[in-house]
Design a protein around this ligand. Structure first.
Ligand code: PEP
Length: 247
């Protein structure tokens, strides 16, 4: 049995005051959602506020990115040890917006994943194709270079998010059947590289325009182990209704 993960990626939205107010509304709404792990990833600026606002609850906080060096002259970057020290448990790595706008490569994603694991953060490693037509070849390449070089022990501690880029922020989602097929394909890649047990244990989240209205049919697919939610995670009521779908 894989415990579902419902993640929220706030992207570059919300300031600390808005973060506090979000959690005031959100906390009571998810008080009984012990069936899944809840991870919210605000901007770096909001991490401390979010950690404080969720202390003593089951809500976990993650960053949206990290740099692979521990410290040094890297102006504007934030390291894994800094994120860990601020009370985070997770970090998103290789989000398609990082790949598209900030030139992140599979090699960089691998380095960041290892850096996160080194300090005890759980990396949510994102993969996904830009065009529907070449999903399998893109996923194979991303898997091979960004994930395949991890050791078995490292791989056992990551979460994968499959996010077709054409679906992110676009209002279009993969059908439950297509998403499940792609998750199955990723699980096959995992099986070939890390073995059957790893393939059975890995949580593969789906992301791309998830809303309360479309989430139910996707989470009904046994291959889908949760979501990474962008836009709909900004509203406490919408996000809580996605979290609470299985209650
Ligand atoms: C995301 O940012 O990971 C995402 C899936 O965004 P959205 O839900 O807005 O498509």
């Amino acid at each position: 049995m894989r415990t579902p993960v419902i993640g929220g990626n706030w992207k570059m939205y919300k300031n600390p005051a808005e973060t506090t107010s979000f959690f005031e509304s959100f906390r009571p709404l998810v008080e009984y959602s012990g069936h899944c792990e809840i991870v919210i990833c605000p901007s770096f600026l909001d991490l401390e506020t979010a950690v404080t606002a969720t202390r003593g609850t089951r809500i976990q906080i993650g960053a949206q990115n990290l740099y692979w060096a521990k410290e040094g002259a890297f102006t504007g970057e934030v390291s894994g040890p800094m994120i860990r020290a601020s009370g985070c448990s997770h970090v998103i790595v290789g989000h398609s917006e990082r790949r598209r706008y900030f030139g992140e490569t599979n090699e960089g994603v691998l380095k960041k994943t290892v850096a996160a694991l080194d300090v005890g953060l759980i990396p949510i490693v994102c993969v996904g194709e830009c065009e529907k037509e070449n999903a399998e070849s893109v996923l194979m390449e991303q898997f091979r270079y960004a994930i395949g070089a991890l050791s078995d022990g490292q791989f056992a501690r990551i979460v994968i998010a499959y996010e077709p880029v054409w679906a992110i922020g676009a209002g279009e989602t993969a059908t439950p059947e297509t998403a499940a097929d792609t998750h199955r394909f990723i699980r096959t890649l995992v099986k070939d590289r890390f073995g059957a047990e790893a393939a059975n244990n890995i949580r593969i989240l789906y992301g791309g325009s998830i809303k309360p209205e479309n989430a139910k049919s996707l989470i009904a697919q046994p291959e889908i182990d949760g979501f990474l939610v962008g836009g709909a995670s900004l509203d406490p009521v919408s996000f809580a209704s996605i979290v609470n779908l299985e209650l």
